[in-house]
Design a protein around this ligand. Structure first.
Ligand SMILES: [Zn+2]
Length: 341
């Protein structure tokens, strides 16, 4: 098959469109003909190389996949079925997995990260429980743009922060995958959304998606604007994934009883906490990683019903994966960048 692989860490130039061995079908698994694969920041980090993380080479990235079932070593699977894939792979038999908390499994891996070859390829193999059938009304590019960011945003807002109707939510980086998903999910659950972005065009698009107010994070101070917009009260929930660059402002933006949820640290992983504010204001700082398979099935119903729609930025052919990653490196996108095969 054709695939985009890297044989060493580095810039986008290490991505090679080349021949690669077809995946070997294992018992309990299916092989999917990939039609679309969305990019995530994870793809950039593992290409550049991460401290203390070993990536077997050559490596195929890609966590968000949609396509058709090509072959199956599992019962009750229809060849040709249109599917999108659960991006989390877990053991399926530990206490966490059996409690439905598969993203807390010790053997949890993200498709396309580390040991599990991903969707920057014509074919990918996954456990049968990772298949989610998609209706004919949903095209492959949009299906690929859905799973990782929507399950992440859902887990952050509803499971971790326990968002309630009428609450105020600050969502950082509206144009990011998690940002556009979180705006839609928060609105659907009756929250008031305040979103940040770095260009006027992105701020307009954030409003169109459902943000009541927007903050230009290069020209305005996020914490000051939040105090102004909430009559000095602060917000109930902050959706963080930017890290060092915004962390102090995100903490300052919280109302009494506020919850800050983080799923990433794009600008660096160090952040401090004012312990006096933490206890006196009864704040919560919550970590969040992906979401469970059950949660993705739940949020997918809202996608299929037209209540949630992943925002597509641009599509590229698989062979142009380097150009697609370059666009993400430059933060030019609003929504998801998708490779088509
Ligand atoms: Zn497990």
């Amino acid at each position: 098959m054709k695939a985009v692989r890297f044989h060493q860490h580095g810039g986008v130039e290490v991505l090679r469109y080349e021949d690669a061995p077809d995946p070997v079908l294992q018992p309990g698994e299916v092989v999917v003909r990939v039609r679309a694969c969305a990019l995530n920041h994870l793809d950039l980090w593992e290409r550049r190389g991460l401290p203390h993380v070993s990536i077997p080479m050559p490596h195929i990235s890609g966590s968000d996949v949609a396509g058709e079932v090509a072959d199956a070593a599992a019962p009750n699977v229809m060849i040709g079925q249109r599917v999108m894939l659960q991006p989390g792979v877990s053991c399926g038999r530990c206490a966490a997995c059996l409690a439905g908390l598969d993203n807390e499994c010790r053997h949890y891996e993200v498709l396309g990260y580390r040991n599990h070859p991903g969707g920057y390829a014509e074919y990918v193999s996954v456990p049968v429980q990772n298949l989610i059938a998609i209706p004919d009304t949903i095209d492959f590019a949009r299906a690929a743009a859905f799973p990782l960011t929507f399950v992440t945003a859902w887990h952050m807002l509803l499971t971790r922060a326990r968002l309630a109707r009428g609450e105020d939510v600050l969502i950082l980086a509206a144009g990011s995958g998690v940002g556009q998903a979180a705006i839609q999910i928060a609105r659907l659950h009756g929250a008031r959304v305040i979103a940040t972005a770095g260009t006027d065009e992105k701020l307009e698009r954030a409003r169109a998606l459902g943000a009541s107010d927007v903050i230009h994070h290069h020209h305005q101070d996020i914490a000051d604007e939040i105090k102004r917009l909430t009559n000095k009260r602060g917000v109930d929930v902050v959706i963080e994934h930017v890290g060092e660059a915004t962390w102090p402002k995100s903490m300052r933006a919280l109302a009494r009883g506020g919850r800050l949820v983080t799923c990433g640290a794009t600008t660096g992983a160090r952040g401090s906490v004012d312990l006096a504010a933490l206890f006196a204001k009864q704040l919560s700082v919550l970590g969040s990683y992906m979401g469970t398979k059950g949660e993705l099935l739940q949020v997918a119903q809202l996608f299929f019903a037209g209540e949630l729609t992943p925002v597509l930025d641009r599509t590229f052919p698989l062979a142009a994966a380097a150009a697609a990653q370059q666009r993400m490196e430059e933060s030019g996108q609003f929504g998801k960048i998708v490779l088509e095969t």
